[in-house]
Design a protein around this ligand. Structure first.
Ligand code: ADP
Ligand code: MG
Length: 227
């Protein structure tokens, strides 16, 4: 066994819009070390979200392969992908993606239902992580009753509550002001480090690069350099 959490080989993704072909990723090969934090840096349209969505199995590659903990995800069917994501993956979205009718506590409890954990235990775990990140007084608030920064904290708690081995975040601070952004980045990276998780965080904020273990610069769908 090697020490890679994610092995990406000759990955290509082409979108078709009408008669036009858009090469979003062009022959990307990248190995991600277990337990490290990777920052993917690149301008808008460079292929960052495409790469993350392919790693999460949310989209299918046109060509190439992705292995996560030894599993070839491009070979899985939809059902297998769902189970795989529930077991191994946490995802933090730019737009939070919380369920609007559920409270903070219910949103964060949700990933634990897939693990067959009893309601009482789920809610205890959810309350614990929400309290630890400063939302003790907002357990019963719904998304619309919280600020952007608070909603993203809930999004982070939901992604981390089941301690998945691989954490993905796509511009998690893209909708936040700079002060809140700094706090959110610090929080995400601290949780990932404390849990010794592998993390891939997409951003166009070069400050994140300073705290990551590795920075992958992507340009026009290709890796420009890794530092
Ligand atoms: P980034 O996240 O770095 O801003 P994306 O991965 O979203 O970039 O997009 C890379 C390229 O692929 C862009 O040219 C974008 O317009 C195109 N693209 C992304 N998703 C789709 C899609 N669903 N259909 C067609 N083109 C897409
Ligand atoms: Mg994007």
């Amino acid at each position: 066994m090697n020490n890679y959490a994610v092995e990406i080989e000759s990955l290509r993704k082409v979108y078709r819009v009408g008669n036009e072909k858009i090469v979003a990723l062009d022959d990307v090969t990248l190995n991600i070390q277990t337990g490290e934090i990777y920052c993917i840096l690149g301008t808008s349209g460079s292929g960052k979200s495409t790469l993350l969505n392919l790693i999460a199995g949310l989209e299918r590659p046109t060509r190439g392969s992705i292995r996560i903990n030894g599993n070839s995800i491009e070979k899985m069917n939809e059902r297998q992908l769902v189970l795989f994501r529930q077991r191994y993956l946490g995802f933090v979205f730019q737009s939070y993606n919380l369920l609007p009718t559920l409270t903070a506590l219910e949103n964060v409890s949700l990933p634990l239902t897939f693990r067959g954990i009893k309601k009482q235990v789920r809610e205890k775990e959810a309350a614990k992580i929400l309290t630890s990140i400063g939302l003790k007084t907002h357990l019963n608030h719904r998304p619309t009753q919280m600020s952007g920064g608070q909603q993203q904290r809930v999004g982070i708690a939901r992604a981390f509550v089941s301690k998945p081995r691989l954490m993905l975040a796509d511009e998690p601070t893209g909708n936040l002001d700079s002060k809140t952004s700094g706090e959110i980045i610090e929080l995400i990276l601290k949780l990932a480090r404390d849990n010794q998780q592998t993390m891939v965080i997409v951003t166009h904020d070069s400050d994140v690069a300073r705290i990551a273990d590795k920075t992958v610069h992507i340009l026009d769908g290709a890796i420009e350099r890794i530092e």
